[in-house]
Design a binder for this molecule. Structure first.
Ligand SMILES: [Zn+2]
Ligand SMILES: [Zn+2]
Length: 370
């Protein structure tokens, strides 16, 4: 289960309603046995994708804590995606963070942080494991090229993979895939076999073979089903060619992609100034890609500041309805337009590999003031 909280949904500059880009992804494990506060907090690690200016301020309106942040991924070097990074790291240090943090980003982000650390005497109380995307993608061909595995606990794993996109600077999309392994005890079978509930049940569930009081040997494999649940979301950076993500979304439960303008506005911008292409997608461009590839769930974000947040198709003021209709004109799947603090729960299919995947995306409302 991945819980998404949009911390910024505006393109380029913030507006009164929208901050610049950032997205939090919490990795929830429904089988985690933690009951006290500390354990349940530990079972809610999260990943931050992009960190526009003011992201740490946005976080204050949510329940997310910098102590549970395990990794930050930066899609590209444009300021609306990374200017919040130094401040967020400095605040994590000031709040006493000690745990190392993984940072997956273009190489230049490392120089940015080094310069700021040097010129502003920034000291971080924790280690930043910097992983340059250029290096990850240039590894000699191997199965896990461009893949980073983060083990959250022995039954809960996160794999982040990286896809090059098309933008004015090198930009990337991230696949975030959570796998939760879980052993289910077949209590019906135990009862039928005349084995009453006792400490033996717990041992069987832990994978241990046991001997009953009357000398019967019971094999864990006979009474335990191994399940795993896999949830995969793909988060794109700025990109004018959604097709770059064909492989990434093939097995994804959800795609989050920029839709800076409607197609009409995009065409007008390109026609007005043929020498400058902003290299962004329109809602229609992303919708067509999603429709062609059979994607069931799509969230659009990163809207130009010209679009007001209300939804009124008949208004002549550019607004969310225009973006929505532009995507709906070509896309028939589930579509949402993100707003700041919107939260979504994404549930991948549970069950055996090879079974038909039935994912579910649910809009939860606003994180603000919850
Ligand atoms: Zn941008
Ligand atoms: Zn950009």
């Amino acid at each position: 289960m991945l819980k998404l909280t949009f911390l910024g949904t505006s393109a380029g500059v913030p507006t009164k309603q929208r901050n610049v880009t950032a997205l939090a992804i919490e990795c929830l494990n429904p089988y985690s046995s933690g009951t006290n506060q500390q354990q349940s907090k530990k079972s809610r690690p999260w990943v931050l994708i992009d960190c526009g200016e003011g992201t740490q301020q946005q976080l204050l309106h949510t329940k997310l804590s910098l102590h549970q942040l395990v990794a930050i991924c930066i899609t590209h070097v444009h300021g609306d995606h990374c200017y919040g990074l130094p401040g967020l790291l400095a605040s994590a240090a000031m709040s006493g963070r000690r745990a190392p943090l993984t940072l997956i980003a273009p190489k230049a982000i490392s120089s940015l942080l080094e310069t700021i650390a040097l010129t502003t005497e920034l000291y971080l109380s924790f280690t930043v494991h910097f992983m340059a995307i250029e290096d990850l993608l240039s590894q000699p061909d191997s199965e896990d090229k461009g893949q980073i595995t983060i083990s959250l606990d022995n039954q809960h794993q996160l794999v982040i993979d990286i896809y090059p996109l098309s933008h004015r600077v090198a930009s990337y999309g991230f696949g975030v895939e959570q796998t939760i392994s879980h052993r289910t005890l077949n209590t019906d079978k135990l009862t039928v076999d005349g084995i009453p509930a006792s400490a033996l049940w717990g041992k069987l569930q832990q994978g241990k073979d046991v001997v009953t009081g009357d000398g019967r040997k019971l094999y864990s494999a006979d009474y335990v089903d191994d399940d795993s649940q896999c949830t995969r979301v793909v988060i794109a950076g700025d990109n004018d060619m959604p097709d770059c993500l064909s492989a990434a979304v093939a097995d994804a439960d959800l795609l989050v992609h920029e839709a800076t303008y409607t197609h009409e506005v995009l065409n007008n911008i390109q026609a007005k100034n043929p020498d400058f292409d902003p290299m962004h997608s329109s809602a229609q461009l992303v919708g067509r890609f999603a429709q062609n590839i059979g994607l069931k769930n799509l969230i659009l974000t990163h809207f130009s500041a010209r679009y007001q947040s209300f939804d009124n198709p008949s208004s002549s003021t550019p607004n969310m309805a225009h973006i929505r209709l532009d995507a709906e004109s070509v896309y028939q799947g589930n579509l949402w337009l993100a707003a700041d603090f919107d939260q979504y729960m994404v549930n991948g299919a549970a069950g055996l590999a090879g079974e038909a995947k039935s994912s579910r995306v649910q809009y939860l409302g606003s994180a603000r003031g919850r």
